[in-house]
Design a protein. Structure first.
Length: 339
């Protein structure tokens, strides 16, 4: 058992968990965020190259930009984020919770915000030896990338022509060269590509040559040997659906369309005091399953957790302009805003 007791343990580092972390930080709560994977962003990597129109104030932004902003926000206030911690069990003794993960690590918490959605998405990996653990090889179904990091780089993208096309249209304007590699025989429309896009069809990746932590050369099945700066791989996903078990208490569940949800209230509280549910894992009448709902519920969960911890805390969260916590940072940023 970790010695420390957290005000709140957040389970899941998707949009609802990330914004819960920020919102709990605003409330100055002591936070631990546990994420099952080695990466944050939840489901957003699945559509990070798409433009998003249904998040107020962020219309027309890329999914990746929204996710990168959420990841920064989650760490705006000190938040301990621990990766590769898949929560398997939560037990309750008195008011407190103990959260157990797949390797039997335990964390003590006064409250829990469950932001774990209904399962863990893993990327399908290259079926070759030594296919992971490189700094410049990214499985983009689960890893948020920053497109601006690819300025003047030689970027190889491997997968099916549809997703390669969308990534290439974005990258071709900033990258030096974009190399598309697919096992499929053709692209629907190559007129969308600029001259710096090179296409290999009916081709596979055969070997990744390693130089310490980077892929220094890619060997293709057609015999080509290519030096690239970054490799983006999109071979789809597999789902791991292991439910979290609850010990010493029962959580009210709800089955809808063959899926199991935790029944919560619009303010994110559940039938268990101190346990709050945000995002895709929860269900109540009229609930929306989108990013806007995740963000709104994250704020509510932080407020409910703070009130549960200290009933003198008022429910209303003061807006940024009247919140002392942002004042020093805002002053510095305002002075340099147009630099
Ligand atoms: C293809 C696609 C396109 C979409 N397009 C849009 C759109 O255009 N606009 C919009 O508003 N919404 C869109 N959505 C919906 C939006 O992505 C979801 O509403 C949102 O991701 C839900 O966030 P979440 O944090 O609740 O769950 P998730 O994003 O699923 O994140 C859950 C996180 O919890 C982790 N986790 C799971 N189990 C455990 C465990 N036991 N222990 C620790 N960690 C765990 C997971 O690894 C994951 O990181 C789309 C969804 C998909 C799949």
């Amino acid at each position: 058992m970790h010695d420390e007791k957290y005000d709140v343990v957040i389970v899941g580092g998707g949009p609802s968990g990330l914004y819960s972390s920020f919102s709990c930080g605003v409330r100055q709560l002591k936070i631990k965020l546990l994420e099952a994977r080695a990466t944050l962003g939840g489901r957003i990597p699945l559509y990070q190259e798409q433009l998003i129109w249904d998040v107020a104030g962020s219309q027309g932004k890329l999914g990746s930009e929204i996710a990168n902003n959420l990841m920064s926000a989650a760490q705006h206030f000190p938040a301990e984020i621990t990766f590769n911690q898949s929560v398997t069990k939560i037990s309750k003794t008195g008011r407190d919770f103990v959260i157990t993960t797949q390797d039997d690590t335990t964390y003590a918490a006064k409250t829990v915000i469950l932001a774990a959605s209904s399962g863990i998405i893993h990327p399908r990996k290259l079926k070759i030896e030594d296919n992971d653990g490189f700094d410049n090889l990214h499985y983009i179904a689960t890893e948020i990338i920053k497109f601006e990091d690819y300025i003047d780089k030689t970027v190889m993208i491997y997968g099916n022509p549809e997703s390669l096309t969308e990534y290439a249209i974005l990258l071709q304007k900033i990258a030096k060269t974009v190399i598309l590699v697919t096992k499929k025989s053709h692209f629907n429309d190559i007129s969308v590509f600029l001259d710096n896009v090179i296409i290999y069809t009916n081709t596979d990746i055969e070997v990744l040559k390693r130089n310490k932590l980077v892929v220094s050369e890619v060997v293709l099945s057609n015999g080509s040997r290519l030096e690239v700066s970054e490799i983006l791989v999109h071979l789809g996903t597999k789902y791991e659906t292991k439910a979290i078990s609850f010990e010493n208490f029962d959580v009210t569940m709800l089955d809808q369309n063959g899926h199991s949800f935790i029944q919560n209230n619009p303010d994110t509280s559940t039938n268990v005091k101190g346990l709050f549910v945000v995002g895709s894992l929860g269900a109540y009448e009229g609930k929306a399953y989108n990013l806007a709902a995740c963000l709104s519920e994250a704020t509510k969960a932080a407020t409910q957790a703070a009130i549960y911890l200290d009933d003198t805390v008022v429910a209303e969260l003061r807006v940024s302009t009247h919140n002392e916590i942002f004042k020093p940072k805002s002053q510095v940023m305002r002075a340099n805003y147009f630099n």
